[in-house]
Design a protein around this ligand. Structure first.
Ligand code: NAD
Ligand code: DAU
Length: 362
């Protein structure tokens, strides 16, 4: 079990901390764990944006070290383990967008499978060298998409069979299998969490909710794949971060925990709710945003429904989401309206200016 101590700073390796969930997790953890130092290893792909962490308060900045690098680089990962003697790693870095995996699956096998294996191998080497400390943890942040598609009834449990549909979910399923294999074969203390669709601040606007908010603002078409009846189980990113920290600190090594928001909605319901919310917030006449809805060709292999049975994490770790869907969606819309500079820089590609900056390489 991983417990924070008050005497010494505890070094944790976060991968993919410049992305959507990773950056929210870093902000959340620095805030509530004052003795924790985070090393954030991120390659800053199109989805990584260092400005997601620009507004950390001063003492939080001191406990955050950004390393610009690739999880597929074993020497870099080895050097970081040697330098910081991590108490654990929470692995977020991934290619995360299903549509991109359909048009270009190679990046998904490279980062999601090979990158995860590189981290596992270097974690194992370090863990062996340290004499197999029982409190070291390798936590893989995974997805409910590994379980495939549900019909109208039922929900995924930790025992649901793997049945991935897209190259993205296949790559996450493969990486989950490798994580379990390192636990069973070598005894490496691992954790896997499989969560549902996240939404909230700093989400890259290729994903449904921020894409629709931005398109409504710009009065652009709102693309609905197929008939819009596909269902997702929506999880506010702040609730997810809370659950991740709970699992990392209190979860049992070798275990898997499903994390869900308990908020099933069809895509059409989500888009219509956003239209109505933004009619009001943008002072547009009721119904005007809905006229932007445009049905487009369906995603190939489009999973019909995801839903999480979160009984295990509720019973064993006393976690449940704190936010209602309505409150969290309102917060999310307000965040995107308030942070128009972030939105504009991401939608225009301006945020890629990080390339001109000089970050510590190793
Ligand atoms: P994201 O796409 O917003 O961020 C991914 C981050 O990983 C980026 O900062 C990117 O630069 C970094 N990265 C990519 N390849 C890398 C590499 N080779 N080396 C180092 N860094 C690299 O993703 P997200 O939505 O924040 O998702 C984080 C994790 O959570 C992923 O593993 C994803 O599979 C999982 N997940 C996401 C959701 C969701 O709804 N967003 C739901 C379930 C699970
Ligand atoms: O379930 C967890 C997964 O949720 C994560 O593992 C993925 O990283 C994350 O991207 C997300 O995958 P989805 O494919 O469910 O999310 P996305 O936002 O791309 O799409 C949500 C639903 O909305 C899906 O049914 C497809 C549909 N959609 C999406 C877009 C971008 C549309 O109808 N129109 C769109 O323009």
């Amino acid at each position: 079990m991983f417990m924070m101590t008050t005497n010494n700073a505890l070094h944790i390796l976060i991968t993919g901390g410049a992305g959507f969930i990773g950056s929210n997790f870093i902000r959340h953890t620095l805030e509530i764990r004052p003795d924790c130092h985070i090393v954030n290893l991120d390659a800053l792909t199109y989805a990584g944006n260092i400005s997601n962490l620009n507004n950390l308060q001063e003492d939080h900045q001191e406990r955050h070290t950004f390393v610009h690098g690739n999880i597929c680089d074993p020497q870099l990962v080895k050097n970081l383990f040697e330098k910081y003697s991590f108490k654990g790693i929470i692995h977020f870095a991934a290619e995360s967008h299903v549509d991109r995996s359909i048009t270009g699956p190679q990046a998904f096998t490279e980062t999601n499978v090979n990158g995860t294996c590189t981290l596992l191998q270097e974690s194992l080497a370090y863990w062996n060298k340290q004499g197999n400390p029982a409190d070291f943890l390798f936590h893989h942040v995974s997805t409910d998409e590994v379980y495939g598609s549900l019909g109208p009834e039922g929900a995924f449990t930790e025992e649901s069979p793997y049945d991935p549909s897209s190259p993205y979910s296949a790559s996450k399923a493969a990486s989950d299998h490798f994580v379990r294999a390192y636990n069973r074969t070598y005894g490496l203390p691992t954790l896997i969490t499989n969560c549902s669709n996240n939404y909230g601040p700093y989400q890259f606007p290729e994903k449904l909710i921020p894409l629709i908010i931005g398109n409504i603002q710009e009065k652009k078409p709102l693309p609905i794949y197929g008939d819009g009846n596909n269902i997702r189980d929506w999880l506010y990113v702040i609730d997810h971060c809370d659950a991740l920290l709970r699992v990392f600190e209190k979860g049992s090594p070798g275990e898997t925990y499903n994390i869900g928001g308990g908020a099933e909605r069809s895509n059409m319901q989500i888009v219509k709710q956003l239209c109505a919310l933004l009619d009001r917030k943008l002072n547009r006449s009721p119904g005007s945003n809905e006229s932007l809805i445009t049905f487009v060709k369906d995603r190939p292999g489009h999973d019909f429904r995801y839903a999480i049975d979160a009984t295990k994490i509720a019973n064993e770790l006393d976690w449940k989401p704190q936010y209602s869907f309505e409150e969290a969606l309102g917060n999310t819309v307000d965040w995107y309206l308030t942070n128009s500079q972030w939105v504009e820089s991401v939608r225009s590609g301006e945020y890629r200016k990080w390339l001109e900056l000089n970050y510590e390489k190793r």
